[in-house]
Design a protein around this ligand. Sequence first.
Ligand code: ADP
Ligand code: MG
Ligand code: ZN
Length: 604
Amino acid sequence: MDIKNPRKPLIYYLITVLFIVLLLNTYVFPALLKRHITQVDYGRFLKELETGRVSRVEVQDEQIVFVVRNENGRESIYITGRMEDPDLVNRLYEANVVFNKLIPRENSPLLDFLLYWILPMFIFIGLGQFFARRLQGKIGGIGNAMSFGKSNARIYIEAETGKTFADVAGQEEAKEALAEVVGFLNEPEKYKEIGAKVPKGVLLVGPPGTGKTLLAKAVAGESKVPFFSISGSEFVEMFVGMGAARVRDLFKQAKEKAPCIIFIDEIDTIGKKRNSGPGSNEEREQTLNQLLTEMDGFEGDTGVVILAATNRPETLDPALLRPGRFDRRVPVELPDLAGREAILNLHARNVKLADDVDLTAIARATSGASGADLANIINEGALRAVRMGRKYVTQEDLEESIEVVIAGYQRKNAVISMKDKLTIAYHEIGHALVAAKLKHSAPVHKITIIPRTSGALGYTLQIDEGDRVLMNREQILAMISTYMGGRAAEELVFNTVTTGAANDIEKATRLARDMVTRFGMSEEFGMMALETMNNQYLGGDTSLLVSSETAARIDTVVERILKSSYQQACNILEENMDKLHELAKYLLEKETITGEEFMKILNS
Ligand code: ADP
Ligand code: MG
Ligand code: ZN
């Protein structure tokens, strides 16, 4: 149902305005006018008359207004109540003042009415509408009281977003797929001649920050057709049925403007699988149903292309994904080494760089970072350069900002006792030593025991030479052993253990579990899928697929892997005990050491 401009609120609105005007007329305006008039008693009036300072008197029906001129010639106005005083005229005559009786002057009633009632009303209505419009612009929800069921999609026309494909680095496949859509909308004849149909819906999927929204904006900039952009959450309304009405309105507008592109960002908010069980959401389902209907409701050649983005494709309703709706899926994955370098280069264009900057090195150090992370790293580096009072961004700025993005800012004045600092130094060297001694682990790049705002007390940064697409069993085991190295060093040296290894334990266990349940790397289970990943792009939590007996067996296997890795770490450290002491002492002194320094001491 479509509710149009409801009348009721307007009436309330008028009544409120009337009330305010009344209030102002009775209290505020008169007070304003009388500000400079002092009220005095009749005796004061008589005294002032006798002193002869009164220059003018105006006798009204109820009161007497008189003007007193003091020594320095300034006039002040007084008012007093009118008493029954037969001698008044004589007194005034004797005092030699100008006086008269004022007969109340009647304004034209029409003018009064206009001035006091109609004019303020217009002013208030004007003000009210001004604010309402501003609110509507800012917070969709409130302004919408006046426009139920209207989709508030923003329309971008040709290049209005200011973004083009040149603003998206890496993601070549995604750009290619989208360029085809743009091509079709710009020159449909070329496609019609051959008889090719362009996909009705294109779904961009990938982890957050990889540039999905950016790609859509670039499409808007590249195509010469109108571009409707709306976010999934904007369909979800307080009132049942409004979401569906909005979908209908959006498609109606789009069909009028065809050829055009509709972009629905974060489509998972409305596109979740429908279910009838508990927790089903009527409103969302209605919205989704309407969307499905609308997508069927136009033919491929009307020239409306629907673009959508999500990072939770697995939650989408299968009906949305079938051919004829979102029939093309464009993955927008985390960038690889070359992609990261391209993104860094793109964002570094607007930043002044020192000659020593090597963006390839930065790209290598940021495996797993998204485009948004990389943009952030460049910006943090620039901010750091300003803080340091430099005019250029140096390599050091960028390396520090990688750590800021990964681990947070340095906590310069965190108070950590010497004993704890020593433990942390041994812990970190433990990681680094195990990593260095294992053939399959990535080289150590940096070790630090400066605490960070993320809560990390220190960390060891390892950087792979190339980009890893696949990881083999040995590499994963080496990673697990490296995680174990910290705790192992603590135990061997101090004969006790601390809470500092909590994060290592979590990560090592996750890896060991994945080996068994998802990668088929255990002898016991082999190629059996024991867990599925629920949302691969968002953290990737998993759920078990197996009976509780099997789950118990999984736990034993995982435990065995972890125990043997820990043993391996202990063995490595015991064999290199003197290096462990030497390096820990060095790290404690320096707080941060590079991979080269570390290797030099290790190999000396
Ligand atoms: P999402 O995939 O979550 O929608 P966005 O498109 O909002 O990610 O990306 C956020 C920001 O990250 C962009 O505004 C841009 O500055 C940067 N970014 C992400 N990916 C890229 C890329 N491939 N090229 C250039 N900048 C990128
Ligand atoms: Mg986005
Ligand atoms: Zn650790």
